[in-house]
Design a protein around this ligand. Structure first.
Ligand code: SF4
Length: 494
């Protein structure tokens, strides 16, 4: 694909957007997402920062990891922003939002496609200031540190503007780094702090909720207006970074506020939040939106919150599949993780979904949890088989990856072979009765090494990407790491 075709594709997407923003300002920020357009535009955090930068009078233009990185590189075009087609490398500030560990490969790619050395130490004083943030900072952003000049930890609703005030107010990059470390307590400046990361920020409640600027048909959420109905979670699942110890738990956006922010012409509304179905007025909100003839999507549904009225409202708001999670294969494992979902909640959810004419139920689950045994998988086989008699059932399985800042931090990765064996056992057990989709055990291991890793593991990302980005490239890059932790991880693969 030629450089011209990439531009035409970006223009076509822009034409289909509702809500694109343009602000003239010398203080211009390239807002870059290290995954493709469809993923970036589904991120409420990315959209929220874009909207609020414009609201503060700054120019913010978006760029994304190209859908086909190799083809884009072959075109020799520099990565450019959608709004003005200006090269990302020409902006004074490049702001990156990183959601999870495997997007670090995208960070290396977008910087390199912008004509910038990915490693901060290799960029000179004239290169843009690279400011990073995003959900990854709630767990472990150390592997991101080699690529960023500064990282905003936690909720950046307020600190992103404070940081840009500092950066645009300083004459040099070094001056800006020192000032950021001094003036913003939650700003992690690797050159100043080394490995000692500051605490995550909690934004003032008055700044809630986050909501999107743009609706686009080119995402899975198709033309959906995204807004936050609550932030955080009051539950305490042992594997989760959003558990109640983070930033004081759940903060609720009043129903009236939620409804008042929805544009009249938004036919589809996405209500976002770590535990959005725990909002005390969630059934009322969904009912009201369904009464207005809108479709509604919720970012998560806890099975113990489902009742007849709520599920009826979801059906009227367009739900065809009831998606929920129980995460542990057996009650023993769910108890160990302090996960509240019990079999009776899931049975009730299936009965309600069927009674209200939904076509399918989808259940998210993890395998490879600490102390998991074959008997736990067998319990899931028996339970899923029973449930599938009520309603067609899909299981979405992800291998467990221990994250920093959780009680299960440091728990070992089960092993690629172990995860594959458990998946095979599960697949055999439910064959013909339950649809099963699982994410890759190999890539979960890569995610694990990065989730538990430090700056050395972060540098290995560049090696792996530049070697081709295949699984063997990651294995080789991690094998060269000096740390005992990395060697321990590699023994899991062998
Ligand atoms: S997994 Fe969900 S319910 Fe559990 S603490 Fe995290 S956000 Fe809350």
């Amino acid at each position: 694909m030629s450089a011209k075709r990439w531009r035409e594709e970006a223009r076509a997407r822009l034409r289909d957007e509702v809500g694109t923003l343009r602000t003239e300002s010398r203080e211009a920020v390239a807002l870059v997402y290290p995954s493709p357009y469809a993923t970036g535009m589904s991120s409420l955090g990315f959209q929220h920062v874009y909207r609020t930068l414009h609201a503060r009078g700054r120019c913010a233009e978006r760029a994304f990891l190209p859908d086909d990185v190799a083809a884009f590189r072959a075109s020799r075009a520099p990565l450019f922003t959608y709004e003005s087609e200006r090269p990302v490398g020409d902006f004074p500030v490049v702001a990156l939002s990183v959601a999870f560990e495997l997007e670090l490969a995208g960070v290396v790619e977008v910087l390199s496609l912008s004509g910038l050395p990915p490693l901060a130490e290799a960029r000179d004083a004239r290169a843009p200031f690279v400011l990073a943030g995003g959900p990854l900072t709630f767990s472990n952003p150390l592997p991101l540190a080699p690529y960023a000049d500064a990282i905003l930890m936690g909720e950046a609703d307020e600190t992103v503007h404070q940081a840009l005030d500092v950066i645009f107010g300083c004459a040099t990059k070094d001056e800006a780094k020192r000032a950021l470390a001094r003036e913003i307590p939650s700003c992690f400046v690797p050159d100043v702090h080394g490995d000692a990361m500051p605490d995550v920020a909690k934004c003032p409640d008055a700044l809630l909720p986050a909501y999107a600027a743009i609706r686009t048909p080119h995402t899975e959420l198709r033309d959906m207006f995204l807004l936050e109905a609550e932030r955080g979670c009051h539950r305490q699942c042992q594997y989760c970074v959003m558990r109640r110890s983070t930033n004081g738990g759940m903060r609720i956006v009043p129903m009236e506020k939620v409804l008042s922010l929805i544009p009249d012409d938004a036919r589809r509304v996405g209500l976002v939040g770590a535990a959005v179905s725990d909002h005390p007025k969630i059934a009322d909100i969904v009912e009201t939106l369904a009464d207005q003839g809108r479709e509604v999507g919720l970012s998560s549904l806890r099975p113990d919150r489902l009742n007849d009225r709520f599920v009826a409202a979801l059906k009227r708001a367009g739900y065809r599949t009831l998606t929920t999670a129980s995460d542990g294969a057996s009650q023993r494992l769910r108890d160990m993780m302090q996960r509240k979902a019990r079999e009776r909640h899931l049975e009730n959810a299936a009965a309600l979904a069927r009674a209200h004419g939904m076509k399918r139920m989808k259940l998210y689950m993890m395998v490879g949890l600490p102390d998991e045994r074959d008997e736990d998988v067998d319990e899931l086989v028996a339970f899923a088989s029973e449930l599938s008699k009520q309603i067609p059932l899909s299981l979405g399985i992800a291998p467990f990856v221990a994250k920093r800042n959780t009680p299960l931090d440091g728990a070992p990765f089960a092993g690629i072979d172990v995860v594959k064996r458990r998946l095979a056992r599960l697949r055999r057990g439910v064959r013909g009765r339950v649809e099963l989709r699982a994410t890759s055990a190999r890539w979960a291991w890569v995610e694990y090494v990065l989730a538990q890793g430090g700056q050395a593991e972060g540098r290995a990302v560049k090696e792996a990407v530049e070697a081709g980005g295949g699984f063997r490239d990651w294995e080789r890059a991690f094998a060269e790491l000096p740390s005992e932790r990395a060697r321990r991880s590699l023994r899991i693969v062998a």
